[in-house]
Design a protein around this ligand. Sequence first.
Ligand code: GTP
Ligand code: MN
Ligand code: MN
Length: 340
Amino acid sequence: QAGEPEVEVFSVPSYACQRRTSLENHNAPLTDALSLLAENAELNDEEGRGVAFRRAAALLKTLPSAVMSASQLRGLPCLGEHSLREILETGTSTEVESTKGSERFKALKVLTGIFGVGAKTADRWIREGIHDLHQLRASGQHYADINQPVTRAEADAIEAIVEKAVSSVLRGAQIVLTGGFRRGKPSGHDVDFLITHPEEGREEGLMPKVVSWLEKTTRNSYLESKDGPGRPPSNMDRFERCLSIFKLPGAAETPQRAWRAVRVDLVVSPISQFAFALLGWTGSKLFERELRRWAGHERGMSLSSHALYDNKQVNEGAASEEEIFAHLGLEFVPPSERNA
Ligand code: GTP
Ligand code: MN
Ligand code: MN
């Protein structure tokens, strides 16, 4: 038809694990808005709403160009009632604007921006009338560093220390950088490592040794471990996991010291489960969630960071991430394309 500009109607597979999502995002204004709504939902303990917004954002991140009109999104899954149409038409949405302006959201953001403070603590403080750092200080609460992103260079420096620790306590033990940095992100909220040994069983008891080595040898760069050897592993997964805090030189909130705290996630896996652990700890969180949803809903399988079970409860072993994708009937997606 004459005069009708041709617009591309996007077509995208439903599951994020069927798609490639690099760090290049052509729809940042829309995904920023949806991420803000997701964050607000998560901070208010509305997990279902949070996931719906995260899914919608992930879908837009995967598109090859900027969305110009809502009609291009016709038939796409999980976009539903969200504020997208309004944002496309007016440049913003009433829900996004009212969230940004909300005193509670602002307070939750400021307070959870403190190192180690989660939604629950922030909520308690708000109910006690503490909405910002000034009020927190006045309340006499001890408060830690403000969260600052960790850079790739800092991650590399920490990798060298962890590498030294691991190979010092167990010859032949290996470490791999996982999480966002493995996906190519230039910065992150923490640094994630997976530790293993090529001989099954040799990795047993490794975590306490690594932590002791760090405590003894690297007084200048190692602060503490939160989820230490004494603590039972979370029921989400049975790997030995340790949330550590490293010290890095840099501006800290407290003027008396010259360093700041950086979170480091250490996970130990036996070599037989290594591929599952690597896949499970590389993320993104939404990509992982979608992999498990795909496995369950589309394949009748069950995927964790330890194993993949088929519908007869048979354990499908895998020596690589590629094999796991093949078992799941999915095309392999490299880490740099898992930024859903
Ligand atoms: P930034 O750290 O913010 O840069 O992003 P990230 O993608 O590295 O996120 P994060 O460090 O929180 O998590 C990395 C991966 O580990 C994600 O895929 C998570 O799903 C996964 N993960 C986090 N906690 C657990 C856990 O307790 N058990 C398992 N199995 N996986 C987890
Ligand atoms: Mn991380
Ligand atoms: Mn982590």
